[in-house]
Design a protein. Structure first.
Length: 163
């Protein structure tokens, strides 16, 4: 025990360096000094920014809670949708089989919708009004009106045959 008390710190260090396990560990540390230094710099930066990072995490968690709470309004409609799913599936199948979604029908309905919007805008802008039979007959002189009326007549014929 007196040897330990009389030995200097450098003697104690030399004694530890003579231990093969300590020497191997120090060799490993020296071999990876660059990686360890980089890790220490990164850890230092992380610790310096810990308050900012924890604030950001806290803010993000609050945002997630707000989003999660906002989805509660979907509970009622989702429940109703699941209850009515069989009827919805039947209606969807009937719609698919009806031909209503054929390209021809969709294109025709698209043209009709555009014409409705355009016509409504023109009627409002021009304050279009037909008062009496004579103005209606004069309107038939317009080729567009004549084509539109012809279209409606042929649709009426086809509808009459179908019903």
């Amino acid at each position: 025990m007196s040897d330990l008390l009389s030995s200097t710190p450098s003697d104690a260090l030399r004694s530890r360096l003579d231990d093969p396990q300590v020497a191997a560990a120090l060799g490993l540390i020296l071999d990876n000094a660059d990686t360890l230094a980089l890790g220490l710099v990164a850890l230092d930066g992380l610790l310096r920014r810990a308050d900012t990072i924890s604030g950001n995490i806290e803010s993000s968690l609050k945002d997630v809670k707000v989003v999660a709470d906002s989805f509660s309004y979907l509970a009622g409609p989702t429940k109703r949708l699941t209850q009515e799913a069989p009827q919805i599936a039947d209606a969807a199948e009937a719609l698919l089989e009806s031909g209503m979604l054929s390209r021809e029908v969709v294109n025709l309905l698209g043209r009709l919708a555009q014409a409705l919007v355009e016509g409504a805008g023109q009627a409002q802008a021009r304050r279009t009004s037909v008062n009496g039979v004579l103005p209606a007959i004069r309107a038939l002189r317009d080729p567009d009106v004549a084509r539109g009326l012809g279209f409606l007549i042929e649709v009426s014929r086809a509808l009459g045959k179908a019903i």
